[in-house]
Write a protein that binds this ligand. Sequence first.
Ligand code: GLN
Length: 301
Amino acid sequence: MDFPSEWVVSGLELWQWYHQAKANALMVGIPINEVDWLLQEFAGLDLLTLRLESFKNKSNIQLRRSIVELVNIWYQRLNDRVPLQYLTGITYWRNFSLEVSPGVLIPRPETECLIDLVVVATNAVSNLRRGNWVDMGTGSGAIACGLAEVLTEASIYAVDCSPVALTIGKQNVMRLGFANRIHFYQGYWWQPLEHLQGQFSGMVANPPYIPSAMLSNLQPEVSKHEPHLALDGGADGLDCIKYLIETAPVYIVSGGVWLVEMMAGQEAAVAEMLQGHDSYHQVEIFPDLEGVSRFAMAYLR
Ligand code: GLN
């Protein structure tokens, strides 16, 4: 196949761009490894080749898109602080590559732990491995895919109120081959699942949990570009978590799992709400990979 000539650059040209881009990144405070990531995506160069800079001596390097696009993407990254994941349209989460766009939150590495917590819970209580599980506020579909991968006998429901998110989530699920096990519903939390009351083995969610007043203080990548619908948890950040505590007991079986991600510092309030509610027991808080209390799990009585 012939590639357009503007998609071919000399190693030297790319090397010069690489150094310039790293200098730009340092200057504006963007992690310099984003430049490596961009060239991995754009030029298919592996990390070792990039680190050793051995690509400098190649006469031709085939890009996957044009050099103009590369320069343009980097400009937007530096000047508008658009997250690189939105610019390349892709992010990596667990062992999946997921399509992302500004209509969905970029799945974070810490959120990967939710799936490991589900594995621990379902190893302890094996009948929870079957039945229905729901990813509430699925966004890109990341959690739903994680659930489908580890709970091979379960049916997964993925709910989001945003039609844009559902479109992206469905594409991810289809590409990853989970389409026959993940069912998408558009609507507000449990509302589209009313016909399945009392039929869920578990609920997993990364709901919006940032206090509204904090949103504008977040890094510009988040505050200017990620959907506030997926971030804004109301005055104390706990609106959605409270709502999910109140509403889940009607939907989850006795002995089933309630599991959410939250913000550092919310753990005492969330644990207290769960402990103060008759429907839950065995409330536990778990840390993320940095040791920050990040997840709350409870079982239904
Ligand atoms: N973890 C995201 C952040 O730090 C927030 C995700 C959420 O509100 N659920 O920006």
